[in-house]
Design a protein around this ligand. Structure first.
Ligand SMILES: Cc1cc2nc3c(=O)[nH]c(=O)nc-3n(C[C@H](O)[C@H](O)[C@H](O)COP(=O)(O)O)c2cc1C
Ligand SMILES: Nc1ncnc2c1ncn2[C@@H]1O[C@H](COP(=O)(O)OP(=O)(O)O)[C@@H](O)[C@H]1O
Length: 318
């Protein structure tokens, strides 16, 4: 299967139906299991192992369990990233009652063997599964012979002497530390969405902005101004400065928007899909006493953003 032809299923039963109906021809698979929020550098280690087995002829499956709550990456962001790596199949599995109450042994026998046809299982050393979290990486090793698969247990990837985890990324994000977030993720933090109409005030003050309404579950860094690069729908990458917040200077609303002023750019982007990547926090969101003061500050932000992006060497080539 080529890049971007990844098949996505929602839940085990949808996957099983696709196998039964012949939508997917499954012989043997290499499966990685986990929550995979963020698909950070630790997760990427597991994915590389699956992709290596895929090269050897197994069907690569990422089995991602969603237990709800805020997300570092939305399903869509995660799916498009994992597809870009070349994974064959993504199963997005809600942490349903069925899964919650299934004994670890039954999960191996029914889900991993009967439904997924796992020949290789790839998990992190602290992976737990089954009712009461009774199943462990060690259990997967112990059952290899009985069920006829090979278990590959990966150690935790570290950064600056500490383990990389979704929890560590959440706290870096919460602190607005985009540089650390990027180091842990292995790529800059993305926010994706469709460009919607705002108040149309931006263009009248010389700073038009593309406005995105992020999904309610998407974790955002704190309100403020960031140096960013935005990938447009046609693949072009444009440097800019992005404000996250409620625009207190001109609005008393509570709607949180992600709005980007693209440097040296003047095209209409309404209705298109964008991905904005966050490199560095410049300042917090402030209330200004006039539009002139806000505009003067935005001009300074644009200069700082450009300076930061060029120093980091991430300015797209023109
Ligand atoms: C770089 C940048 C910095 C901004 N900083 C602030 C700010 O500190 N306080 C604020 O109230 N709004 C801020 N904004 C949001 C502006 O109020 C908003 O972009 C402008 O009013 C246009 O809104 P519109 O897109 O709805 O037309 C900022 C916007 C950008 C692009
Ligand atoms: N340099 C630019 N940066 C961002 N958007 C731009 C730029 N140039 C043109 N645009 C277009 O202008 C629109 C933003 O204008 P604006 O007056 O801020 O309206 P809105 O309030 O709907 O965001 C964007 O959706 C985009 O289509």
């Amino acid at each position: 299967m080529s890049e971007n032809s990844m098949l996505i299923y929602h839940g085990i039963h949808e996957f099983q139906s696709a196998c039964l109906s012949g939508d997917i021809l499954l012989h043997s698979s290499a499966v990685t299991l986990g929550k995979f929020d963020g698909v950070h550098r630790g997760h990427q280690k597991l994915l590389s192992e699956v992709l290596r087995r895929q090269q050897e002829g197994l069907t690569g499956i990422m089995f991602a369990i969603d237990s709800g709550g805020q997300q570092i990456l939305t399903e869509q962001e995660r799916a498009s990233y994992v597809a870009s790596l070349g994974m064959d199949v993504l199963i997005e599995c809600p942490f349903s009652k069925e899964l919650m109450t299934m004994q670890a042994e039954a999960f191996i026998g029914r889900v991993l063997k009967e439904i997924l046809h796992a020949a290789v299982l790839v998990v992190g050393s602290d992976f737990r599964f089954g009712y009461g979290r009774a199943g462990s990486a060690q259990m997967l090793l112990d059952r290899q012979k009985q069920y006829g698969y090979r278990a590959v247990i990966e150690t935790k990837e570290c950064y600056q002497g500490r383990e990389i985890s979704s929890t560590r990324i959440r706290s870096a994000l919460k602190a607005g530390d985009m540089d650390l977030t990027e180091a842990l993720l292995g790529r800059p933090y993305p926010v994706s969405g469709r460009v919607v109409h705002g108040r149309h005030l931006g263009s009248t003050i010389g700073f038009p902005t593309v406005n995105i309404l992020p999904s309610a579950r998407k974790l955002l860094p704190p309100d403020g101004v960031y140096a960013t690069v935005t990938e447009l729908q046609d693949g072009r990458c444009v440097p800019g400065v992005t404000n996250i917040g409620t625009n207190p200077t001109i609005s008393d609303g509570n709607d949180r928007t992600v709005e980007t002023y693209l440097l040296d750019f003047s095209e209409d982007l309404y209705g298109t899909d964008l991905q904005t990547r966050f490199y560095h926090r410049i300042r917090g969101e402030e209330v200004f006493s006039s539009l002139e003061e806000l505009t003067a500050q935005m001009k300074e932000d644009a200069g700082k953003g450009l300076h930061f992006l060029s120093r980091r060497g991430v300015l797209p080539k023109t």
